[in-house]
Design a protein around this ligand. Structure first.
Ligand code: ADP
Length: 164
């Protein structure tokens, strides 16, 4: 079975992430969406909330493609998580050339450390390329309506804000 890891902070998971995940599940038998979590680096949402937000956001896709989407979390190096779970592919989404510059360096470093693990880049769809968790956090913190950036299956208002 061909499996891939889609890692991220997902603070919170957006429709941009959902769009990348949709492409990834066409390419792989199973995709593990994993929150890379560093307990000393607090985000807007707790780990538990982020996991539940992902679960709600992908619910329709999970129903359409049973067993293909796994939701998990890890701390430490992404390649270590891949190794201990027998995963050889890392999915990253690219919005801009800046994303590409940052991501290609990380992909090359990971390849050097673990030659069997490859990074697959999926370009953002044009209509979602401006969406980022940073923008969503800003909108939420300032009392705006972030729902247009989020999965229609998600009710973000029920998740408490952890840090400001
Ligand atoms: P990280 O902190 O690891 O960058 P993010 O949650 O910000 O985590 O993003 C996870 C992945 O999703 C990254 O590869 C990022 O480039 C990608 N991504 C974020 N927003 C979008 C979007 N709108 N379209 C495509 N890819 C995106």
């Amino acid at each position: 079975m061909k499996r891939a890891l889609f890692p991220g902070s997902f603070d919170p998971f957006t429709i941009g992430h959902l769009d990348v995940l949709f492409s990834a599940i066409q390419l792989f038998d199973q995709v593990v969406v994993a929150v890379g979590y560093n307990s000393s680096k607090l985000g807007l949402f707790s780990l538990e909330s982020r996991l539940n937000i992902i679960k709600e956001s992908v619910s329709e896709l999970s129903d359409r493609f049973p067993g293909k989407i796994i939701i998990s979390h890890y701390s430490g190096l992404t390649i270590d998580y891949c190794k201990s779970n027998g995963i050889n592919f890392i999915i990253r989404g690219l919005r801009t050339t800046t994303d590409f510059e940052l991501e290609s360096v990380i992909a090359q470093a990971n390849k050097k450390m673990e030659p069997e693990i490859s990074t697959i880049f999926i370009p953002a769809s044009q209509e979602y390329s401006f969406i980022s968790s940073t923008v969503v956090r800003d909108v939420i913190l300032n009392g705006g309506d972030a729902s247009i950036f989020l999965s229609k299956n998600l009710d973000i208002s029920k998740y408490p804000i952890e840090t400001k």
